[in-house]
Design a protein around this ligand. Structure first.
Ligand code: UDP
Ligand code: MG
Length: 314
């Protein structure tokens, strides 16, 4: 049987959200009268979400569970969903119902019009702290400015992608993944659809500041050399300043003004340059660590349990 839509939801401790997620996705997808599947990727949940996923799969065989051996992170969970998706299109959606399943119909409409990537743009956000909104907004704008691919502003992973794009994304096996960036990088015909991002249905965010920071670092290092180039800019600026200072120091010396040679000046200059050098080293380390991870060639994720992978039409 061919499947039109593969709905992919990553699950990390979403016990209370699962039944509602299933119910709403089922109602929306049934209304399309086209075949669909719901891929629930259990990203190492510790709260019986796994049992709930199994219950849903037993009740409805359109629900297909993938259970990870441990927590691999949201982006990797979505990647696994894409690997196993059989649909002509895949829809990535959060399990906490912040992305209303009803919006899928609007995404599908654009897809039917011929767009290959239809991303949902957060026109409004509800029930999130000012800190989250502020850091998210800053993040989207920073990424937009410094990366080479133009990732649409205020857009998360909630989107519909065509089979052609799924196949391309599946061939990109980079370890530190930023799917939005990869989605923009591949090209194809893309369009945004505005929607209102709801508050979480139940539970608290599974994206603490540390995980957001990691995602931001992956986004920046994955799509930009800017941090590496910063060291070059700093080098030129400090070399330029020191060249300018040479005649200044000579003149000061000849005119007998000794005030220039205070210890404080030296200390500040040394500390400043020391700081810049250490930061540059850290930046190098970020890229080097990522190269190391790629070279190791480990699998992106390990599944404890997953459905048979079927060859999908290329
Ligand atoms: N998630 C995941 N693994 C993680 C963290 C989150 O699979 O390590 C899932 C989570 O269950 C949810 C989605 O990713 O379905 C988005 O997470 P969350 O709602 O906590 O993020 P926020 O909306 O607060 O940015
Ligand atoms: Mg959420």
């Amino acid at each position: 049987m061919t499947i039109t839509y593969s709905i992919i939801a990553p699950i990390f401790n979403e016990f209370d959200n699962l039944p509602e997620l299933y119910r709403r996705v089922r109602d929306v997808m049934d209304s399309t009268a086209e075949p669909w599947e719901l891929i629930l990727v259990d990203d190492g949940s510790t709260d019986h979400s796994t049992d709930r996923i199994h219950e849903l799969a037993e009740k409805d065989d359109r629900v297909r569970p993938i259970v990870f051996a441990r927590n691999f992170g949201h982006q990797i969970a979505v990647t696994a969903g894409l690997d196993y998706a059989r649909g002509d299109a895949a829809v990535i959606i959060d399990a906490d119902l912040q992305d209303p399943p009803e919006v899928i119909l609007e995404l599908a409409k654009k897809w039917k019009e011929g767009y290959e990537v239809v991303y949902a743009v957060r026109a409004e956000r509800e029930g999130e702290s000012w800190f989250k909104l502020f850091t998210a907004s800053l993040f989207y704008r920073l990424i937009y400015r410094i990366t080479d691919v133009k990732i649409p502003l205020d857009t998360g992973d909630f989107r519909l992608i065509d089979r052609k794009v799924i196949n391309v994304m599946n061939s990109m096996r980079e370890k530190h993944r930023f799917l939005r960036g990869m989605g923009a990088w591949v090209g194809f015909k893309q369009i945004g659809v505005p929607y209102k991002r709801e508050a979480r249905f139940s539970g608290v965010t599974k994206y603490p500041f540390s995980k957001m920071l990691k995602l931001a670092l992956n986004a920046i290092t994955g799509f930009s050399y800017f941090p590496l180039q910063l060291a070059t800019y700093f080098g030129f600026i400090s070399a330029g300043i020191s060249i300018l200072c040479i005649p200044l120091v000579i003149i000061e010396r000849l005119t007998g003004n000794q005030a220039f040679y205070g210890q404080a000046t030296t200390l500040i200059a040394v500390l400043f340059l020391g700081g810049v050098q250490l930061i540059s080293l850290g930046v190098l380390g970020e890229y080097l660590g990522r190269i190391y991870d790629e070279v190791k060639g480990r699998p992106l994720y390990i599944v404890r349990e997953a459905p048979q992978k079927e060859k999908v039409q290329e």
